[in-house]
Design a protein around this ligand. Sequence first.
Ligand code: ATP
Ligand code: LTN
Length: 337
Amino acid sequence: MKRVFSGVQPSGVLTIGNYLGAIRNFTKLQHEADCFFCVVDLHALTVPQDPAKLRENTLNTARLFIASGVDPSVATIFVQSHVPEHAYLSWLIECNTYFGELRRMTQFKDKSARHEVVTTGLFTYPALMAADILLYQTDEVPVGEDQRQHLELTRDVAIRMNNRFGQLFKVPEAYIPPKQAGGRIMSLQNPLEKMSKSSADPRSFIALLDPPDVIRKKIRSAVTDSGREIRYDPEEKPAISNLLVIYSLATGESIESLEERYAGAGYGKFKADLAEAVVAMLEPIQRRFAELSEPGVIEEILASGAERAEKIARETVARVQAAMGLAPRPQRVKAQS
Ligand code: ATP
Ligand code: LTN
C-alpha cells in the first residue's frame, strides 16, 4: 500500500485555501493509501507565536482535519512535537543540505521580508519538512502549489543521502491540484498573493470556522477587477478568476457553466450567491467541529496517532544513525553500584 504524508501548521485557523488545496485531497487519499496527517507545531515556531494560542490552534487543527472528513480510524493523525524524531532527523538532514539551496527557497524570501526578526529556524524550515516526509518512507505528499519547491528540495536531499549512505529513504512525489482545482487559492484582498491563515488582515481569508455572516461580509468586501464581466482569465481578471475557482469547488459546478449562468449578472449577484455556496460548504464542517470539542475526544486520537507514528519514525532514525556513523549507545553490562 502506498504511504502518504502531509503537514499543516497550527499558525491560525485553517482557511478555505488549506481545505481546497490540501485537506480535500487528504480525504480522498485516505481510502487508497496508508496516510499520516501531521499538525506541524514545530514549523509554526519559525515565526513568533503566542504559547496559549499555539496550543489551542494545535488541537483545533487536528479537530478540523476530522471535521473536514479525515477519518481517524483509517488515517493516522498526530502532532509533530509528540514524535521527537522529526527534530532529530532534521539535524541529520541539515548536515546534508547546502546553504545555497535553502537561500533559494521562495517561501523563505517572502516570509523573511515580512518579519522583522528572521530566525535560523525560518531558514532551515525546509530541512525539517524533508525530515517529516522522509521519516515515514513516504510515496506521495498532498500539498498546495506553494510547497512544490520544498518538495523538490526534499527529493534532491533524499537522493543525495541515498547515494552517499546507501538506501535510506523513499524518494517522494508531490500530489498538487492544478490551480483551477484549488492548488493555489488567492487572497480576497490581493489576488496576486496566496490566501494565508497567518495574514495580518483577516478580510484576506475565509477561515473554516468563520460564522456565516462573517463569510458574507468578507466575500462582499473582496476586491474585484475592472469591468463587470464574470470570466475566468487569471491574467486579466485575477480577482474574479479566484472567486470563480472557489465557487466551482464549493458547488461542483464547472467554471464554464458558472460563466454562462452569470453572463451579464454583475458582481453583486455573483458574490451574494458565492457567499451562500461557501456557507453551505462549511456548514457540515462547523457542525462536526463542535462535536469534536467534547473534552478528551481529540486527545485520545492524538495519543494513538503519535504511538503509531513513532514506531515508523524510530526505525528510519535508527537506520540513518547507523549509516552516517553515529556510534550506537552502549548498554551497561556492569550492575550500577
Ligand atoms: P501560513 O499562513 O502560516 O504560512 P498557510 O495558510 O500558508 O500557513 P500551511 O499550514 O503552511 O498554510 O499549509 C497547509 C497546506 O495548505 C499546505 O499543503 C499548503 O500548500 C496548503 N495551502 C496553504 N495555502 C493555500 C492556498 N492559498 N491555496 C491552496 N493551498 C494552500
Ligand atoms: N511546509 C508546509 C507545511 C509542512 C508540510 C510538511 C507539508 C510541514 N511539513 C510535510 C507536507 C509535508 C507549509 O508551509 N504549507
